[in-house]
Write a protein that binds this ligand. Structure first.
Ligand code: SAM
Length: 371
């Protein structure tokens, strides 16, 4: 969300919450739901109507919002407080219930203000992450909901490097399913790419990833190369390596590397030669610009371009085919709250799923379970 200092009072429209909850997959009706950033209470209200929740507990740092909600919903347990400063959950003492919270529902604050990250303790580890992720981790730690959580999250939480450590920890306990992608206009006064997601208890994502990998039995070796040349920081030369920018991809696909006039003598990361596929790292790739291309000389990739290098022409052409067959899924990897981008890790993981194996990642043996 674009405000720097507010506390993200971007309440979820009730109809959107209902739509998302209708898509949730839960073993049972969650008897007790908690929202640790409950605001006007729209998520808890949706949990009552869609999920048939019996008891609701809400926390919010905004005392005015809690006062209003207490008036409207005297049957709910409501607390004022900063969630991230709480050391334990409030006592759960609903009638006929000696159990804990079943499901967390939350649309946490997104804004980091001037900070780059916040630190929070989860599963005994100190995790540096975004404020939205910190809110989710701390809520899970305090309440230990037995059916997981449903949350609104910024897209960056699903893909950013900042939240990678937290995602790895969550991956040990939860499967993450996107329930509903939200429009940037969903929240009044804020423009953000966000989604409703479910942190479910039972599924094992790794198995699913490996299942999809088995659709392509013949693995193609490759090397994913991230470009490194910053376009504003290099001097154009008459000789040197050709500079490949994301805006060059269309001409390269149509006419090959001879269409690129810009050259540099700067040697930085992102040099590549031989058979390759080129993708933009930032922006949205276009299928007509995807073409297996060959350069005998090394070319220099700008920091907006990713190259995938292959040992042979046939490997490059077959890989082009696989990317095209899975184009929609590839487009789904380009995310971000502002400009859309893809990370190298995300791309390598996805390529693995279509049987294109990055050799450096394979050396680190992060996927030994295949085959
Ligand atoms: C995006 S709103 C979501 C409100 C509500 N759950 C909904 O979906 O309509 C975020 C809420 O978090 C509250 N909030 C922000 N920082 C908080 C904190 N540290 N602890 C508890 N609540 C917080 C804000 O007051 C605001 O009501």
């Amino acid at each position: 969300m674009d405000s720097k200092t507010d506390t993200d009072k971007y309440y979820t429209p009730p109809s959107v919450a209902i739509q998302a909850f209708e898509r949730a997959r839960l073993a049972d009706s969650p008897y007790i739901c908690a929202d640790t950033a409950c605001g006007s209470g729209s998520l808890l209200t949706a949990a009552e109507s869609v999920l048939k929740t019996k008891y609701c507990l809400g926390i919010d740092s905004d005392s005015h919002a809690i006062r209003q909600l207490r008036r409207a919903r005297p049957d709910w347990r409501l607390y004022v407080g900063d969630l991230l400063q709480r050391h334990r959950a409030p006592v759960i003492d609903f009638p006929e219930s000696n159990r804990g919270v079943d499901l967390l529902v939350l649309n946490p604050p997104f804004s980091l203000g001037s900070k780059k990250y916040v630190s929070v303790k989860y599963l005994g580890q100190v995790v540096k992450c975004s404020v939205a992720m910190a809110h989710i981790l701390h809520s899970l730690e305090l309440f230990k909901p037995n059916q997981g959580a449903i949350a609104v999250v910024p897209e960056s939480l699903l893909y950013s490097d900042t939240d990678q450590h937290a995602r790895d920890l969550l991956d040990q306990r939860f499967s993450l399913t996107e329930l509903l992608q939200l429009s940037i206009y969903t929240f009044k006064g804020a423009r953000v790419n966000s989604s409703f997601v479910q942190f479910g208890i039972s599924r094992n994502r790794r198995n699913l990833e490996n299942e999809s990998a088995s659709a392509y039995l013949d693995a193609i070796p490759a090397n994913v190369v991230r470009g490194g040349l910053q376009m504003h920081a290099f001097e154009r030369m008459v000789c040197g390596a050709r500079v490949i920018h994301s805006t060059s991809l269309r001409d390269i696909a149509a006419k090959g590397f001879s269409s690129v006039g810009e050259k540099t003598s700067v040697i930085t990361k992102g040099r590549i030669s031989g058979w390759m596929l080129l993708l933009p790292r930032v922006g949205t790739p276009k299928v007509e610009n995807l073409r297996a291309v060959y350069s005998k000389e090394e070319v220099q990739l700008s920091d907006c371009v990713i190259g995938i290098k292959f040992p042979s022409k046939i490997a490059a052409i077959n890989s082009q085919k696989r990317l095209m067959e899975n184009w929609e899924s590839l487009l789904g990897l380009y995310r971000g709250t502002g400009a859309r981008y893809i990370t190298i890790d995300r791309l390598i993981g996805w390529l693995f799923g279509i049987g294109i194996h990055d050799e450096s990642a394979m050396k680190e043996s992060w996927c030994p379970t295949l085959g």
